[in-house]
Design a protein around this ligand. Sequence first.
Ligand SMILES: [Zn+2]
Length: 66
Amino acid sequence: MAVRENQYIVLPEETVGKKRGERWLDSLKRWLVRCPQCLEVRLVVGAHENDQYVCKDCGYKFTIKF
Ligand SMILES: [Zn+2]
């Protein structure tokens, strides 16, 4: 009995951990910016829509759109 109770406690914790990971991944995907000139994908942490971004590869300046 005692072992089964422990298993029931552990399972919900694993589910919460996975959901947190997915949310973190969503934030990461939002910060992925693709240059329309050379199609290079860059991770711009904290990027906002309509921000100006200069491509590190080709120097092309563009506005971030999600
Ligand atoms: Zn570029």
